[in-house]
Write a protein that binds this ligand. Structure first.
Ligand SMILES: [Zn+2]
Length: 130
């Protein structure tokens, strides 16, 4: 614990608010963009879902290309199926990283935050607090 090594963490207090869910965490649970562990995991899961969509779209594009342009013979159908599965797999990984990168780049605030329940309907708090 030498003071020579200045970390970005030194700029923050012990408790830091996550920018996505607005919960306060010990700063060791946040990364340098102030995303907490669970928000990063949720973003990863969501990016993984979009990744599969992108991968399947990419695989379908490849399948259409193989089917209509290359016109495989019956002998190598197994090889084409394996190739397309590989295309889906790789496309899924690429799309997932792109989606996750886009989430990190946009760095939208409070997207995981749950609004506090008032229980008084939408007009609560509208009256002047005199
Ligand atoms: Zn969070």
């Amino acid at each position: 614990m030498t003071r020579e090594r200045v970390s970005w963490r030194d700029r923050y207090p012990e408790e830091v608010t996550c920018v996505r869910c607005l919960e306060a965490y010990d700063q060791m649970h946040l990364d340098r963009m102030l995303w907490c562990d669970s928000c990063r995991r949720r973003a990863r899961e969501r990016a993984g879902w979009y990744g599969w969509v992108g991968g399947l779209a990419f695989g379908a594009t490849c399948a259409a290309y193989v089917w209509w342009v290359i016109r495989p013979t019956d002998l190598v159908v197994g090889g084409w199926v394996a190739t397309l599965l590989a295309a889906v797999w790789i496309g899924q990984k690429v799309a997932r990283e792109m989606v996750y990168g886009a989430m990190r780049f946009r760095n939208a605030r409070a997207v995981e935050a749950v609004p506090p329940a008032t229980g008084d309907g939408p007009t609560a708090g509208a009256e002047p607090s005199e």
